[in-house]
Design a binder for this molecule. Structure first.
Ligand SMILES: Cc1cc2nc3c(=O)[nH]c(=O)nc-3n(C[C@H](O)[C@H](O)[C@H](O)COP(=O)(O)OP(=O)(O)OC[C@H]3O[C@@H](n4cnc5c(N)ncnc54)[C@H](O)[C@@H]3O)c2cc1C
Length: 471
């Protein structure tokens, strides 16, 4: 008789929670350890002390194509907290040209995305046809054939005009990859086109959380882990791993406590991983090349208005300036209205003051929403996620490791692990679940026999339901 295999999961973001839920539900004795006093990693919300409003660290969108993330939300009973578009609809506004909408008409599934591109009025007829043929050609390219190619090179190779790049491709690529097209890897971008835009009507839809981000999944995930007998420890930072002759033996926390484990899943960002790995692992493949992987920032600006300013949808692409997307954040606690912008790959604001950033965002937004110039702005809050995701260049994509490591009972998870997708919630959940699938058998192989105690009940005294049926 063996004890349930003990698996320690480090990191309480989407990847760690998805791994821990799967492991706990499949019978492992799971301990999830999170450094911060709360779960949620880079997708979290908090109460703004000035207004009492609960604010997301940055607006997050999911897509119908996020099959693993949606399945995870279903597994923990959180699906109803998402609001899906009935069909793909993305509006973009240009100060000179007005509003253009990439919207799927009610046609049979496979025809929706092509029809949406052909009706995009911010481009002329020739560019729209090229948009469609370019998207089809790019989606058809294998990851291998694009491994050294940037998004800008791939778009040039499929004949996209400067207008098509500025008014469609670049906003889409920067939002999905969090990197500028001249640097971003084309392979995961082509994967997004295949999986989201050319995979049928349901995949192409966007979904937004109806509740603040942390409420979307952290409480339900923790409950699922605990109901299955697992433990969640927040405010507990892992300092390093204790290695033995056969692999990892325990997590060593900063306060010196050890968490013994038969297998470990590290679901932390790259920089945190490199900090906690013992040097003899850190300096060997596949970890050593990770030291050269950079990160890319996302800047969000939350704005409190004294009254409603809308644009007929939950989000809007801003063209012509540097601010990128605007989200409707709903009614504020004081009865006014909240909007929030999100701008990816925003290194240009690294040294700017918060006031300057907020003023630029408001000016870019007012250039397409004149009503914004007529309302009173009560408060702005700038959130800079300097290391929002890895900088997904072709070189970085080439060194993203698999969930398995050279240590037989050590596994990796996180949006940056090689999933052939951009560093998103979907990538995080895929990697977390894949790590769980590998960690469970590895832990089971190492799980120690339960020491025999003379006072323990003999197996035949156990309730019959726990015994295999007799032949
Ligand atoms: C502003 C912003 C907007 C975004 N928008 C979108 C979007 O619209 N759609 C989308 O799909 N994705 C979006 N993303 C990306 C998405 O948030 C991430 O891909 C996802 O949250 C990553 O989850 P993860 O579990 O891999 O990592 P994380 O969420 O970073 O979780 C890792 C956890 O490990 C913990 N940790 C680190 N070191 C230790 C240690 N030593 N001991 C214990 N714990 C430790 C951290 O505290 C953290 O909680 C956005 C990200 C940002 C920042």
């Amino acid at each position: 008789m063996t004890a349930p295999p003990r698996v320690a999961v480090v990191g309480g973001g989407f990847a760690g929670l998805a791994a821990a839920v799967r492991l706990a539900r499949r019978g492992a004795a799971v301990t999830l350890v999170e450094r911060r006093p709360f779960l949620g990693g880079r997708a979290y919300s908090f109460t703004d002390p000035a207004t009492g409003d609960v604010v997301d660290n940055g607006p997050h969108a999911l897509m119908g194509a996020y099959t693993a993330a949606l399945d995870f939300l279903g597994e923990i009973g959180a699906t109803a907290k998402l609001a899906f578009q009935p069909r793909l609809r993305v509006a973009l506004a240009d100060p000179g040209l007005g509003l253009g909408v990439v919207a799927a008409p009610p046609l049979p599934g496979p025809l929706q995305a092509p029809a949406a591109l052909l009706r995009y009025r911010l481009l002329g007829p020739r560019d729209r046809v090229r948009l469609l043929t370019g998207a089809v050609r790019l989606a058809a390219r294998s990851s291998g054939s694009l491994s050294r190619t940037t998004v800008a090179e791939a778009l040039a190779a499929v004949g996209q005009s400067p207008a098509a790049c500025a008014r469609f491709w670049h906003p889409l690529a920067i939002a999905t990859l969090n990197e500028l097209p001249g640097a971003a890897a084309a392979a995961p971008f082509a994967a997004v086109l295949r999986k989201a835009f050319f995979a049928g009507a349901r995949a192409a839809r966007f979904a937004l959380s109806r509740v603040p981000l942390s409420e979307l999944y952290t409480v339900d995930a923790q409950r699922a882990i605990e109901r299955a007998g697992g433990t969640v420890r927040t405010g507990a930072a892992v300092a390093t791993l204790a290695l033995g002759p056969e692999g990892v033996e325990a997590l060593v926390l900063r306060d010196g406590t050890r968490v013994a484990a038969d297998a470990v899943v590290l679901a932390v960002p790259v920089a945190a991983l490199l900090r906690l790995l013992p040097s003899r692992l850190r300096d060997a493949p596949p970890f050593r090349p990770l030291a050269s992987v950079g990160t890319s920032p996302i800047v969000s600006v939350h704005v409190w208005l004294d009254r409603h300013v809308g644009w007929g949808g939950p989000f809007l692409g801003l063209l012509g300036g540097r601010a990128q997307w605007l989200f409707d954040a709903g009614v504020a606690a004081d009865g006014g209205h909240r909007i929030a912008s999100v701008t990816s790959g925003a290194r240009f604001w690294d040294d700017a003051a918060d006031d300057e950033i907020a003023a630029e965002v408001l000016a870019d937004a007012a250039a397409v929403l004149p009503a914004l110039g007529r309302v009173r702005v009560r408060r702005t809050l700038v959130i800079r996620e300097r290391h929002a995701t890895l900088s997904l260049t072709p070189a970085a994509d080439a060194v993203r490791p698999d969930v398995e490591t050279p240590v037989a009972n050590l596994f990796l998870a996180g949006d940056w692990v090689q999933t052939h997708l951009p560093a998103t919630i979907e990538s995080a959940v895929i990697s977390g679940r894949a790590a769980a699938d590998r960690a469970l058998p590895a832990a089971t192989r190492r799980a120690r026999p339960v020491p025999w105690r003379p006072d323990a009940p003999a197996p035949s005294a156990l309730p019959s339901a726990t015994l295999p049926p007799s032949p």
